[in-house]
Design a protein around this ligand. Structure first.
Ligand code: SAM
Length: 332
């Protein structure tokens, strides 16, 4: 049998992954996809609309063609379906803020080798455990959180659940509260997060016209009292990967106490398969957590099951939302 030779191109493309981030970020900063969507098609027209150098416009369009986010016919460019859906400003799936957030942190990746050696990041290597720019994070990740908020609301039939109470721990922008309160006009929601984040959430939830049924409790989830038998549902979305195993167990115990008997906890996170072979994005996210803080990580499904079991949850099911890939865990 003929053996195919190992792909040099494959390794080369992986070696220049940072070029992809840089090209995509430059295109986002200069709204290239938005200008194309609004009818600017040639390099010259795009340069004029974006107020950028003609040489710069041509290079970034070549780069975008190279990474497959635009197509070219004659001298005209078009967005691919992906660029159209996620990179045109003001579209609901717009991910440009997240692209810029990743690009802002690109320098830290060149020092990942040091964090791998040490096992924990130093400040200089990008440890943002104490000073994470959560304000930027929580609004820019809305496109990654919203699918979980929508899918969980549908699965739990929140629209028809009556006058329910939701507790959202580490709620960030307030995306879950906003989505669930919109779906159910009789629902109320309380978010636990740090004071500066809660004020962002109040603004965001109010912008969706449901702020009158939204309240906040300021402080660390390990200090704030979640109450006793008070809530029908609780959410813990994209928080577990920032916590240690002991931190998650502590949170799940408090959440079990805060829920009414029969109440449901929804966990949304990047979760590893038990054999640590998938999903690929989550395997890579593990390095992001290594450099981002001293305790977090992408935990396996079996880790969640064991913490939930110890915290007193009995009925546990999971749902994978492709293609993000986001795992939702429902625990009663
Ligand atoms: C990655 S964001 C997720 C936000 C939101 N749940 C979502 O899915 O979009 C993590 C959130 O957890 C909050 N957080 C992290 N550690 C926390 C702690 N110890 N106590 C309370 N909130 C915390 C952060 O402030 C931030 O809002």
């Amino acid at each position: 049998m003929e053996r195919t030779s190992p792909s040099l191109e494959d390794v080369l493309y992986k070696a220049v992954g940072s070029w992809t981030t840089g090209i995509l970020n430059a295109a986002t900063v200069h709204s290239i996809f938005t200008h194309i969507d609004n009818g600017a098609r040639t390099s010259g027209a795009i340069a004029e609309r974006a107020k950028i150098a003609p040489r710069g416009a041509q290079a970034v369009l070549d780069g975008l063609l190279g990474i497959g986010l635009v197509t070219r016919e004659g001298d005209e460019y078009r967005n691919t379906a992906e660029a159209e859906a996620y990179l045109v400003r003001d579209k609901p799936g717009y991910m440009g803020d997240l692209v810029q957030f990743f690009a802002d942190h690109m320098g830290e990746w060149s020092r990942l080798w040091q964090v791998v050696r040490d096992g924990v990041p130093s400040k200089a290597q990008g440890d943002d455990a104490t000073g994470t720019d959560w304000e930027k994070v929580v609004l820019s990740i809305i496109p990654l959180s919203q699918p979980g908020a929508v899918a969980s609301a549908a699965r739990l039939d929140i629209a028809n659940a009556g006058p329910i109470s939701l507790l959202d721990v580490g709620g960030g922008s307030g995306i879950y509260s906003a989505t669930w309160l919109e779906a159910n006009p009789r629902a109320r929601a309380t978010q636990v997060d740090f004071a500066e984040i809660n004020s962002i959430a109040r603004r965001y939830v109010s912008s969706r016209a449901v702020g009158d049924r939204f309240s906040t409790a300021d402080g660390s989830l390990h200090d704030v009292d979640f109450g006793n038998d008070e809530h029908d549902f609780a959410v813990y979305s994209h928080v577990a990967h920032g916590e240690s195993p002991a931190g998650n167990l502590d949170a799940f115990r408090k959440l079990r106490t805060a829920l009414k008997p029969g109440g449901t906890l929804v966990i949304a996170d990047f979760i590893l398969d038990d054999d640590r072979t998938a999903p690929p994005f989550v395997l890579m996210f593990q390095c992001n957590m290594l450099k981002a803080n001293r305790q977090g990580g992408c935990w396996r499904k079996q880790d969640y099951r064991s913490w939930l079991d110890s915290a007193g949850f009995r009925d546990i099911s999971t749902e994978l939302l492709a293609p993000i890939p986001l795992t939702l865990i429902y625990a009663v």
